[in-house]
Ligand binder design. Structure first.
Ligand SMILES: O=c1ccn([C@H]2C[C@H](O)[C@@H](COP(=O)(O)OP(=O)(O)OP(=O)(O)O)O2)c(=O)[nH]1
Ligand SMILES: [Mg+2]
Length: 148
């Protein structure tokens, strides 16, 4: 089976990202903060390193998504969610976290702060045309079909 290749950055003693249960969709990503915890205040937006670079299989992407517990219990959102790691990216994977909680919250080295889902990517050629085909929806959007 194809493996996701991770390259460990110097000083990184963290476990390799992995699936926490056999059926998990995402592998958890940990904060690489060897110099100590980072304190989030309400409204903080910080980019947290993971200590790993990744090489993805051809025609895949890594989506960086929030962990539900971090979001719903503590108020951490990922503003660019799902973050997109391109298959040709060779830099360190980083996670942007925005904190909505009231009280200051510490994120420490090794905390599992996000999850990475590997997804297939299809690429298509693009073409400019004069007309698009007719549909029942037409130009309706943004709630045009109602709520109930
Ligand atoms: O949550 C994320 C999102 C992106 N990246 C890295 C991998 C990705 O391949 C690269 C570029 O991301 P993206 O294409 O979303 O950002 P951009 O603003 O379009 O930057 P670029 O012009 O470099 O493509 O940044 C991360 O490490 N974490
Ligand atoms: Mg881009």
């Amino acid at each position: 089976m194809t493996a996701i290749k991770f390259k460990r950055l110097p000083g990184n003693d963290l476990p390799l990202p992995c699936y926490e249960t056999p059926g998990a969709a995402g592998m958890d990503l940990r904060a690489f903060l060897p110099e100590g915890p980072v304190i989030f205040e309400h409204g903080s937006l910080l980019i947290i390193p993971t200590g790993f670079c990744v090489e993805l299989p051809q025609d895949t992407e890594m989506q960086i998504r929030p962990r539900s517990g971090m979001a719903l219990k503590h108020g951490f959102i990922i503003p660019n969610s799902p973050g997109t790691v391109d298959e040709d990216y060779r830099g360190e994977v980083k996670i942007g976290l925005y904190y909505l909680g009231k009280d200051p919250f510490a994120i420490s080295h090794g905390d599992r702060i996000a999850q990475a889902v590997i997804a297939d990517v299809r690429r298509f050629p693009t073409v400019e045309v004069e007309e698009l085909s007719d549909t029942k929806r037409g130009s309706g959007g943004f709630g045009s079909t109602g709520a109930a």
